[in-house]
Design a protein around this ligand. Structure first.
Ligand code: APR
Ligand code: ZN
Length: 335
């Protein structure tokens, strides 16, 4: 079975196995003959070791920081949603009042999710492309949250980042595509809805910005960015979750309502011994309906929560330096 540098199973090997066999192989296979689950015996607050059988007590954000700082956890899987991009100026979908789904009156659609439904798109692609003009990569910049995730990668702690976002801000922060699963697609490529030819998304930016529906240069069919619409299959890379969530030793979930499947179910795909940290305005998904003893929920503004975690990690200066460097690069590109 082929491995990528971090010892995780490669997409090709998973694709080569049937679902159950892949799961069986993954259950029987891992670095050192199998994943040694971390069973946290948390003693005095802030001090804990791996193994031991003292009763499990509630973990804190400080404990999660300690796991990362001491590299007791170093195969971190991250799940993010639109909530991490609101600080960059992009509305999320479901926040009452400010969310996109509360502000679609201008688009003349029957109900909010229709804007991401193929049937409605073929009937009238204009509302989607009006929205696409708002979301097209290049208008917004990564924020502290994206750069914290980039720092996790730079410190070789990030096993994979699963994002539902189509704004491309994870890539813009410098996280390599190999570490990303853009589960709901992206604007990076586009496909003709008639002849199925694939094109670079950049080819149609001008059309979208000029309020023109992009048309295929070969057959004149409507060209749709490779954003996953409701009912469409997720990208094959999503299958990496079969290995990643078995290998993960820490799961971070940021800025998502965990309402859309199959992405949301990933939040329960890590073994029960693996700590899960939710950073979100409110309690969502299994953190609300079936919490685990190793769950930590840091509720409130995502930037403030991330800055608190970064402070506990002692990474504040490093993060500021990274943001300064990367902002300078983006300024240079804008000139
Ligand atoms: N700080 C903390 N939490 C925030 C912030 C913030 N600044 N802004 C938003 N949030 C939280 C919201 O409270 C909400 O719980 O982020 C979550 C965003 O949830 P949604 O708007 O539902 O976005 P998301 O979970 O990404 O939606 C999933 O739905 O329609 C589909 O394809 C679309 O990918 C999208 C999917
Ligand atoms: Zn075509």
């Amino acid at each position: 079975m082929a491995l990528d540098p971090l010892g995780a199973v490669s997409l090709q090997s998973i694709m080569a196995l049937s679902g159950r066999l892949a799961l069986a192989a993954l259950r029987l296979w891992g670095p050192g003959g199998g994943r040694r689950p971390i069973s946290l015996s948390v003693g005095a607050p802030g001090s804990f070791g791996c193994g031991g059988n003292s009763e499990k007590v509630k973990l804190s954000l400080k404990d999660v920081a300690e796991l990362l700082r001491t590299r007791a956890c170093r195969r971190v899987v991250v799940m993010v949603g639109a909530g991490i991009s609101t600080p960059s100026g992009i509305p999320d979908f479901r926040s009452p009042g400010s969310g996109l789904y509360s502000n679609l009156q201008q688009y003349d659609i029957p109900y909010p999710e229709a804007i991401f439904e193929l049937g409605f798109f073929f009937h009238n692609p204009k509302p989607f492309f009006t929205l696409a003009k708002e979301l097209y990569p290049g208008r917004y910049r990564p924020n502290v949250t994206h750069y914290f995730l980039r720092l996790l990668h730079d410190k070789e702690l990030l096993l994979r980042l699963y994002t539902q976002n189509i704004d491309g801000l994870e890539r813009a922060s410098g996280i390599p595509a190999s570490k990303l699963v853009e589960a709901h697609g992206s604007f990076a490529s586009a496909t003709c809805t008639v002849c199925r030819r694939s094109f670079p998304g950049e080819d149609f930016r001008a059309d979208v910005m000029a309020d023109r529906v992009p048309c295929c240069p070969v057959c004149t069919g409507v060209v749709k960015p490779d954003i996953v619409f409701f009912g469409e299959p997720l990208p094959a890379r999503f299958l990496l979750h079969v290995a990643d969530f078995s290998l993960a030793d820490l799961l971070l979930i940021l800025g998502t309502s965990l309402e859309v499947e199959p992405f949301a179910s990933l939040s329960e795909a890590v073994p029960k011994s693996v700590p899960r940290l939710l950073i979100n305005r409110d309690l969502v998904g299994p953190f609300a309906y079936s919490p685990r003893s190793t769950d930590v929920a840091q509720l409130g503004d995502v930037v403030q929560s991330v800055e608190r975690l970064v402070d506990l990690l002692g990474w504040t200066q490093e993060l500021q330096d990274l943001i300064q460097r990367e902002t300078g690069k983006l300024d240079g590109q804008d000139r």
